[in-house]
Design a binder for this molecule. Structure first.
Ligand SMILES: [Zn+2]
Length: 190
């Protein structure tokens, strides 16, 4: 058996890398044996992620005979933050984000503006009774989320309450990736 070839690796874009950093801090000195196990759970499709909610990624992780629910909770952008995010998107995204993709430089600008998609206040919880923090399930869920946002950076913003997909999936909205009613004139042109 070979692992799924379509997986280029975790954190292949800055969007996913930001998640990977949560479980693979740069400063770590000793290898964490949990990481390879968590990655193989993701590669073997043992993790499913519900990414349709604002405020959380809810993940079901099947490890061994048990399934656990790992939830990664993120705060919504405030109204002011949301305006700033939309302004950055308007400046750095030329065309519609129909594929769910966003340029890497949007991520860099968000981080520089203290609007990081994965803020320090991100919280993880799990239904298991494991004492290691983060547990295997949260670690696997984090890797699974990193793949999703690598493939679809818009999902990193959707979970924070800035949903660009509503416009992109609707045929009625011509080549505009932002719903008109979601932004004020000052946010767009300011
Ligand atoms: Zn757990």
């Amino acid at each position: 058996m070979v692992t799924a070839p379509q997986l280029a690796g975790f954190g292949s874009t800055p969007w996913g890398r930001e998640w990977v950093r949560r479980v693979e801090p740069i400063t770590v000195t000793r290898p964490n044996p949990m990481l390879p196990r968590a990655r193989s759970l993701v590669r073997n499709d043992a993790v499913s992620v519900d990414h349709d909610n604002i405020g959380e990624f809810r993940c079901v992780v099947s490890a061994g005979k048990r399934s656990e629910i790992a939830v990664l909770a993120l705060p919504r952008y405030t109204a002011a933050e949301r305006k700033s995010v939309l302004r950055i998107l308007a400046r750095h995204t030329r065309d519609s984000a129909t594929s769910g993709d966003l340029p890497d430089e949007v991520h860099a600008k968000l981080v520089a503006s203290k609007l990081s998609p994965v803020p320090d206040s991100t919280e993880a919880s799990c239904s298991c009774s494991g004492r290691i923090d983060p547990c295997l399930h949260v670690t696997a869920a984090t890797y699974a989320i990193s793949l999703i946002v690598d493939r679809m950076p818009t999902s990193a913003l959707a979970v924070r309450g800035v949903d660009l997909s509503a416009a992109t999936t609707s045929k009625d909205v011509p080549r505009r990736w932002m719903p008109i009613d979601s932004l004020s004139a000052t946010a767009f042109f300011g």
